[in-house]
Write a protein that binds this ligand. Sequence first.
Ligand code: NZQ
Ligand code: ZN
Length: 388
Amino acid sequence: MLGNFSYKNATKLYFGDDSLKYLNEELPKYGKNIQLIYGGGSIKKNGLYDEIIKILKDNGKNIIEDAGVMPNPTVEKLREGVKLAKDNNADLLLAVGGGSCCDYAKAVSVSVNCDEDPWDKYYIRFEEPTCEIVPVGCILTMAGTGSEMNGGAVITNHEQKLKIGHVFGEEVMPKFSILNPKYTFSLPKRQMVAGIYDIFNHICEQYFSGDDDNTSDYIAEALMKSVIHSSLIAIENPEDYEARSNIMWTATWALNTLISRGKTTDWMVHMIGQSVGAYTDATHGMTLSAVSLPYYRFIMPYGLNKFKRFATEVWGICAEGKTDEQIAEEGLQAMENWMKQIGVALKISELGATEDMIDGITEGTLILEGGYKVLSKDEVKQIIKASM
Ligand code: NZQ
Ligand code: ZN
């Protein structure tokens, strides 16, 4: 049965190869001080930085430079960004980059006017913001996380060996996001496929839970088919605008809260993957791909109907003359073949995880209850070992 829910998405999107011009429409809505948040320099190499600076200057804005947001942004960087925004009275946090820049901007936004330490308040105690929130805007350069249209903000604490996401409410979602698929052309192939797997797994996390006749699951199947189809075109020709735009749009829909409405969700691949990330600092999508197959093969017997449906509806497996188990396994085999074809990591040892990390990764994995089987710590450990 479709559960009860409310739905609003607070982010205005501008999509397409001319979408940057809409920054001119958005900027007048905010004060003078713009904190320009970006990463390690890809936007300087591909020219986007210069274009944005020109638009900001033409609109008479003061620019507060906040560079060097690393993949998997750290709590130390977050504290620096909060200080920068406070000292300069930032009126808008403009993130230019992938999920890391956008997540970081959201974490700064809820912390600027808050006297407590953001790590303790939002990532250990999971409290909601009670202070004034500085608005966030996003110019997306990497498709994957869906951060451009959601309230998620994942922060890593290397000292505590924890990588934790807080999903904030609509007031923290970007006020606007600019999505130009051409910006993703300069992504290295490894980042592109990590993003593609991240998209696919976001859909799986919401699909592999519950067994009702739910519209969300039909939407999820369509999104999965679209991302699989486009991924195969994009790995051959990364500058195929149609494929890159479909991937970018699918990423947004995979995690903008729509397909989780009215149903339960799993998220255990992300919980294990994030703990792997806390130990290895590996690329997010790769941490997910490396633990997915052992996890799904482990829970498959508990959600057999859905795995069978996944095999026939998403992968086109022919069911005739086969047991449910055979059909479900053929679906996972098809998924594995596709993962090999696009070239994502299939083992956490490829990402720098070593045997002596297994206990810590197990300990750092948050156990959620929405999937087909609530895992014990021992089962988490078994899955991590099988991912080595
Ligand atoms: O830093 P620069 O130089 O910009 O390089 C980045 C970075 O090294 C590069 N890059 C991005 N766009 C590029 C480009 N290089 C060339 N051309 C371009 N157009 O790609 C690298 C990775 O960027 P990053 O932002 O880290 O990737 P992604 O978008 O995958 O974000 C990952 C972060 O988002 C979190 C992850 O845990 C991780 O911390 N997530 C956020 C979620 C959310 N908000 O809902 C959900 C996800 O499950 C995820 O956990
Ligand atoms: Zn993800």
